[in-house]
Design a protein around this ligand. Structure first.
Ligand SMILES: NC(=O)c1ccc[n+]([C@@H]2O[C@H](COP(=O)([O-])OP(=O)(O)OC[C@H]3O[C@@H](n4cnc5c(N)ncnc54)[C@H](OP(=O)(O)O)[C@@H]3O)[C@@H](O)[C@H]2O)c1
Length: 226
C-alpha cells in the first residue's frame, strides 16, 4: 500500500499530542504535518511543523493537501474568555480546516467532538459541538469519523479540577460507571488517540460517529506502535 500523509490540528494538546506520537511511529505515514500556533518541542524526521495564524487557515491550502486530516482542536469557555471565542476554536477552525483540506484533495477527516454533541442542545458547549458535526457532514469527504468521548483523562499542565476529581472517582469507584452509566466513564486521552489512528488504518469510507464506550473498545487493548 502506498504511504500516506497526515495532518494534525491540535498536536500540542492532550489527545493531539498522543496522536502525533502514534502517527510518527506508524509506518503507514511517510509524513505527518502539525498545524500549530506555536512551536512544538518535538523533532522527528517525518514531522513537518507549520506555525500559522488560525484566522488565516483557508489561505494554507498547500499545507492541507494530505490524505488524512485529524482535528483535535478545542478550548474551554474559561480559556476562551467569551462564547464567541470558544466558537472560533470549536466550530469555525475545524470547519474551515475541513473545507480547505477537502478543496486540497484530502480524502478523510477525523475529529473529536464530545459526548452529548447535539446542534439542538440547550447546553451551549454541546450545541456548538453538534453544529460542528452537522457542518462537517455536508462536506463530501470519502470518510468522516467523529469521536464523542466522555471526560478525558491524562496529564496536562493546565489545572482542571473537575477532570482530576473525575479521574480519582473513576479509579477508586469504577462500579459507579456500570450498566447505563457506563457511557459516562472517563476515558484516557491515549485511548482516544489510538481509536482515531485505528479508524484511519481501517480505511473505512462513509460517515461514522463513535460514542465513548465504542472509542474505549476501538482504542483499548495493547499499545499500538505508540
Ligand atoms: N477535556 C475533556 O474532558 C473533553 C471531553 C470530551 C471532549 N473533549 C474535546 O476533545 C478535544 C481534544 O481535547 P484535549 O483535552 O486534548 O484538548 P487540549 O489539550 O486543550 O488541546 C487543545 C488544542 O487546541 C489548540 N488550540 C486551542 N485554542 C486555539 C486557538 N485559539 N488557536 C489555535 N489552536 C488552539 C491548542 O493549542 P495550544 O497548545 O497552542 O493552546 C491545543 O493544541 C477538544 O475538542 C475537546 O473539546 C474534551
Amino acid at each position: 500500500m502506498a504511504k500516506r500523509n497526515a495532518l494534525i490540528l491540535g498536536a500540542s494538546g492532550l489527545v493531539g499530542g498522543a496522536l502525533l506520537r502514534i502517527l510518527l511511529n506508524d509506518s503507514t505515514y511517510s509524513e505527518v504535518r502539525a498545524v500549530v500556533r506555536r512551536p512544538l518541542e518535538i523533532r522527528h524526521t517525518k514531522l513537518r511543523e507549520h506555525i500559522i495564524d488560525f484566522e488565516t487557515l483557508g489561505a494554507h491550502k498547500k499545507i492541507f493537501a494530505v490524505d488524512d486530516v485529524f482535528c483535535c482542536l478545542g478550548t474551554t469557555i474559561k480559556q476562551a474568555g467569551t462564547r464567541e471565542n470558544f466558537r472560533r476554536v470549536d466550530f469555525h477552525y475545524p470547519v474551515e480546516a475541513a473545507i480547505t483540506a477537502h478543496a486540497a484533495g484530502a480524502q478523510s477527516y477525523y475529529i473529536i467532538t464530545a459526548m452529548g454533541s447535539n446542534p439542538r442542545s440547550q447546553i451551549f458547549y454541546n450545541r456548538v459541538k453538534g453544529e460542528t458535526e452537522e457542518a462537517l457532514s455536508t462536506i463530501p469527504f470519502a470518510a468522516l469519523h467523529i469521536f464523542r468521548p466522555s471526560l478525558l483523562l491524562g496529564e496536562r499542565i493546565e489545572k482542571r479540577p473537575g477532570e482530576r476529581i473525575a479521574a480519582k472517582i473513576s479509579s477508586a469507584l469504577p462500579f459507579l460507571f456500570s450498566g447505563p452509566l457506563k457511557k459516562y466513564m472517563p476515558i484516557d486521552a491515549t485511548v482516544v488517540a489510538r481509536a482515531m489512528a485505528r479508524a484511519a488504518q481501517s480505511g473505512t469510507r462513509g460517515v461514522f460517529i463513535y460514542e465513548s464506550s465504542q472509542i474505549q473498545q476501538m482504542g483499548g487493548g495493547h499499545k499500538q506502535r505508540a
